[in-house]
Design a protein around this ligand. Structure first.
Ligand code: SF4
Length: 329
């Protein structure tokens, strides 16, 4: 059965301050904090629809710092979610939330567990203290390690979120973050290239010419490396890039955003693998066979992989072959 998230955005309420990149109103498209009654209505309404289309879902509190919102409000939302899991056991399979690493301690973990929380995602963003401080995160890499280990020890599924191209970021800092994440053994990871939004600290720095973020191609190459590292370590990358959003498109000043970012990254991995096979061979015309489900990744958006190989002297035709990854003939 297919699984999805019913996302409920809790904008900013729990945040002790605003991080350099964040404008939750643009990112989540919602500035309104939902009441428990609204959450119940949403979950009841979605349950029938999910059952009709044969899907299950996790109830996901995203957007702000869930464990830092006023405790009474947090528990009232959790009670609604937990009641929905009980009312629709074949539809809702669990509850997840995202939060800041410095808003996790033993007491809050015990509370989350008692309310049926199944997964907590930490907005770590970087494991470089320099990058964290330059982006006004208000926590350290050590806070991430400590929170991650409390979550894992509790038996709640651990998710980690990272960004690329923040203010004062470097490729080395991104690779360090990747290595440290792998060491913390999360169940899932999300990777977000920085999008520079209006009315944020990064927006100001960008407009003053003091900050540029990473370029698009550089980010695609870097994220291809990250995706391979995490996948090799057995860690699921469940998201790459912000969800397609009119608000983000309207408010972005710079940085890296593409509604099909993950596909572009997967296609770059395919290009790299095709190059590895072809470069030791003489330049010329070849047919590459790959499984049908890989064809669009192999060809790339607007046939970009075919063009890239042509520039290297390889005229490539891609054809389907069941079960093949890259077979050159
Ligand atoms: S903690 Fe998260 S939601 Fe809050 S300001 Fe920072 S990035 Fe935004």
């Amino acid at each position: 059965m297919k699984q999805t998230n019913i996302s409920i955005f809790i904008p900013h309420i729990g945040c002790p301050h605003r991080c350099s990149f964040c404008d939750q109103r643009s990112i989540s498209g919602a500035a309104h904090a939902p009441s428990p009654q609204e959450v119940t209505e949403l979950l009841d309404g979605q349950a029938q629809h999910l059952a009709d289309i044969g899907m299950t879902a996790e109830i996901a509190f995203f957007g702000g710092s869930f464990t830092a919102i006023p405790r009474g409000y947090m528990t009232s939302l959790l009670e609604c979610a937990s009641a929905a899991v009980e009312r629709f056991p074949g539809v809702y399979t669990g509850i997840r939330c995202s939060t800041r690493p410095d808003c996790i301690d033993g007491e809050v973990i015990a509370l989350l567990k008692s309310c049926g929380m199944t997964a907590v995602e930490l907005g770590a963003q970087s494991m470089s203290d320099e990058v964290l401080s330059a982006n006004e995160r208000g926590h350290t890499a050590e806070d991430v390690r400590r929170a991650a280990s409390l979550i894992s020890e509790s038996g709640i599924s651990l998710g980690l979120q990272m960004m690329t191209g923040l203010y004062r970021d470097s490729e080395d800092a991104v690779r360090l973050t990747c290595r440290e994440f792998i060491g913390m053994k999360p169940d899932t990871v999300r990777i977000y290239p920085t999008v520079i939004l209006k009315d944020t600290r990064l927006g100001e720095l960008f407009q003053r010419g003091e900050y540029r973020s990473f370029g698009f191609e550089q980010t695609v190459d870097l994220c291809a490396e990250l995706l391979r590292e995490f996948t090799t370590a057995g860690i699921k990358v469940i998201r790459m890039g912000l969800h397609a959003s009119q608000e983000v498109e309207r408010d972005m000043l710079g940085g890296v955003y593409h509604p099909a970012f993950r596909e572009i990254v997967e296609s770059r991995i395919f290009l790299n693998d095709m190059k590895e096979k072809l470069l030791p061979m003489e330049r010329g015309g070849y047919t590459i066979f790959t499984d049908r489900r890989n064809i669009s990744r192999a060809v790339g958006q607007k046939r970009c992989n075919i063009s890239a190989l042509r520039e290297l002297g390889y005229e490539v035709d891609i054809k389907p072959l069941d079960g093949a990854y890259i077979e050159v003939r």
